[in-house]
Structure formats: C-alpha cells, structure tokens
Design a protein around this ligand. Sequence first.
Ligand code: AMP
Length: 556
Amino acid sequence: MSDASSFRDLGSFLDARLLRAVADLGFATPTPVQRETIAHSLGGEGRDVLARARTGSGKTLAYALPAVQKILLAKGHTSKSSEDYAGTRALILVPTRELSEQATRQFLDILTYCRDEVQIANVARGISDAVQKLVLSEKPDVVIATPSRALACLQSGDLALDKLETLVLDEADLILSYGHADALRSILSGGFLPRVHQTLLMSATLSDDVAAIEGMALRNPAVLRLENDMSLAGELSQFFVYTSEEDKFLLTYVILKLRLIRGKCLIFVNDIDRCYRVKLFLEQFGLRTCVLNEELPVNSRFHIVQEFNKGRYDYIIATDGDADGEYGVARGVDFVNVACVINFDLPTSVRAYTHRIGRTARAGNTGTALSYVVPKEEFGRKKVLSCPTCRNDEDVWGKIVVDQQRTGAVGAQGATPWRYDTAQVDAFRYRMEDALRAVTRAAIKEARIQEIKTEILNSKALKAHFEENPRDLEYLRHDKVMHPTRIQQHMRHVPNYLRPRIAGIADASAPSVGYVGKRRTLRGSHRGGKATRGGKAARGNAKRKPKKKDPLRTFT
Ligand code: AMP
C-alpha cells in the first residue's frame, strides 16, 4: 500500500504541472483509490489495476492522472518533429455520454498547465461523423468514448491505437449493462491494441460479467478492494414514508414550499410523463424545477447538470432511465452538493435505489434520502396519479431493507420512518387538490412536446458553443415555467395561519430529535414511547443552535 497522505507525497510519480492543477482544484489529499492506482500504475512495475471503486471515490482522477503523466513523459522524451510525437496514448471507455462529458471535464481540469502538450477528444459526444473524423485525424493524446463509438472509429480507421499506453474501462459494470459488451470484446480481441499497454479497470461492482472481461483485459493486475471506501462520502440519513399516491404530491409540495429541505434536491420519478406531472404541479406554487430524462438531447442534459452543480437550479425532477446505452442519470453522473434525494416513485430494484441515493452525501457532505412507499392497498386508487411500478413498492422496499441489513454498506444505519403531523400537512390539502386538478393529461403532453422543442433548440446552440464559449450559454435556462396561466398568485405564498412552527432538525443518528407532539407515518401511529423520546430530545435541544448538517427538517 502506498502511504502518500498528500498529493505532494506523490511528487515522485506526478509531474509538477499536474500537482499544481490538482492543488488548484482544492484537493490536498488523494483518496485511497487515487493513492493506490497512481502508485501501482506509475510505480516500478507499471501494473494493470483492477479497482472496485464507486462514483464519488475519486476514481476519475485516479486514472486520469497516471494516463496524462505517461503522456507527458512519452512526449517529453520525443522530439516534436518526430513521427512518434503525436498519437493516441490513452483510450478511456465509459458507459454513457454523460460520463464521457464528466471524464472530459476532469481531464481538462488537470490539464490546465499542459494544454498545449496534451490534446483530448471526446467522441462519445453527439458530433457528426465528419467532425469526428477531423478531430481524430489530429491524433489526440486522450480519446474518451463509449465502447460502441470507439469500435466504430477503429473499424473505420479514423482511430489508431498503435501508440496506446493506457486503456481505461471506467464503470465497467455499467459498460456491460448498457449494452456495450460485444463492442468491448471486439475492441479487446480485435487486434486493435498494441501488445504492451496498461489497463485500468474501475467498477462499482464485480459481477460475473466483469470477471469475464477482467480475464480478457487485465494481466496480473493489482487488485484494489476499496468498495467500502467512503472517504469522499458523507453521512447519509435515509427516511421513508408510507403514503398514498396522491399524498406524494402533498408531501413534496409541503417539504419544498416550507423548505423542510434546505439546498438542492433530486426528485426521482419512474416515467417521463411523471416528470412533467410533478413539474406542472409544483410550478403552480412558484416552485421552479428542471426536468432531466432520456428524451432530452444529451447536450441539454449535460448543461442542466452543469448548471445545477453551479447552484443555478435547486430542484431536478429526473427519471433514471433504462439501460439504453446512452442515458443514466442516477448512475455515475457527478451531481455536486445534492442535499436530498426524494424517491417520489420508489425505484424497482435494490441496485437502482443504491445508485439513486448515492447522488447525495458525497465529497464529505451530509445528505438525506427520502423514499415514498405506496402500500399495496393504496395502489391505483386514483388512476391518473398512479405509477404502474408502485404496485410493487412494498416488496421492493422489503428487499431494500433486507439488503441494507445484509451489507450494512449504505450509511451508518438503515432507513427510518419520516414522521410528520398529519393535521399540519392536511392544512395544505385543498391547495394540493386544486393544483393537481390543473395538471391534466393534455397539459402534460403539451409540456412534454414544448420542452423537447425548446431543448432541441438549446441543444443546437449548446453543441456549437460548448467548448468555445461556455459563458455565452448562461442565458439558457432549463427551468422555464410551462403553464404560466395556471400559476395562481395566492398559491405561491403560504399564509401565516398555514405556516407551521418549525422544530429542530432530523438527524440520522437521532431520528426523533425535533419531533414534538403527535405524529405518525401513514402506516400506523408513532405516538407514545417514540413521541416521548422525540419530545425529550426536542426539549433537550431547545437551546442548542440547530445543527446545519441535515436538510430534512420536520415541523410540529
Ligand atoms: P469520481 O469518483 O471521479 O466521480 O469523483 C467524485 C468527486 O470527487 C468529483 O467531484 C471530484 O472532483 C471529487 N474529487 C476527486 N478527487 C478528490 C480528492 N482527492 N479530494 C476531494 N475531492 C475529490
């Protein structure tokens, strides 16, 4: 094991320009996967690396730094006039376009002081064949692509890998589950790669499929078992609430309008129409949201995430998409500073739940996940509000709980019920019902079409300007109000008589803190013992300054 405790300690491996760029990013200490990957790949033997590392572990820099370091070394030893100077020395294979943008950004970050020497091309991005040909004819040092794109470029002869030194398989498990398995196999065994090169394989899970690829791609790898590396993960509090399908809307409205969640929030729903249903519902209360789903052009998707990360938007309503080879919001995408993930519709698998809640509590920040679970007897009561997948919520939730008990991998404890005072929430019911009535199927259809039209236009502008003029794009907004005639001024404001007294902050380690008086989950009452516990804790904390760390607050 390497014992580097700061990036400076990796000075024997890394060029001063790279160290400076990393320092500019504000990273003083390498994460375990960075420390180990850099030491193994750049150390004496230059070994292949198999790292079981999830998004948020710092894995992108873990492979980007050695890849660029080797390029700087090779080019430093070669005359600029030599034929050997230019050539693709690193190929980064990623599962989705979103991840290709993210990886590209991280490369650009560390290239601040050597942009002239190291060229990078992202060919996963939706560029035309002609532009792609042109870009690749420059022999960029680093090529980032999905395996399917990379294979097409190799077969057309646009991409040559005779100088390849580093091959990276990023999120290898997702590469396989996103339908790139055959392309990946063809790249590995199609005679495109030079005999000697180094491979770095990063994967959140080591499934049998990944093991099969491992055998093809890696030679005597250093195996880094860092799966429980939570060094960049913060404390995650998980809550759930049994709720009717209608009350999901009510709770979300109350939580957002009363700012029971402070900070940015990702709201997951299970189909595209529901994105718009929730958006159109919330906008009547003056709550502006962005929608993110697989139907939107990739440039818009990336721009939305970028702007959300910059703090321009507070709320994104997202689907996590299917394994369609292009889109995966919940997986891998680096959302920054997400205070809370709301599973408005519960995901349909344990794996999807893990990926979704992994979007919060990152980079040392605390985070909250709140899941709505529809009891079987509540399902389908109001057809228009119903989401077909929620028929199985109880079964899925049971599996999630069992999995959490089994692995203990997510957070210090499992999910706890979110308790609220129904009487308080009920005070908002008539407003909710009024707003929901306005969200008709026709309004959703119209909003969806309008959004695509707008985003196609946005996307064209984005495509043309992405690299050159990122600042020009700031005028583009993705959270425009879609149904302005329906915004009712009286709904935007919560009158004082409705405004509940806000108590303390719910806390993962002491979930009852701040709860006073009667409250219940939709499933059964939580009065009595628990209320007393909450009451005591609340009284005990009455004078303490409220902790800032957990954004999901409760009220009495
Ligand atoms: P990744 O696992 O590559 O998706 O990285 C997750 C996030 O951690 C990214 O936003 C990085 O900018 C950030 N990050 C990467 N390395 C470090 C580090 N050494 N210290 C703090 N944050 C980091």
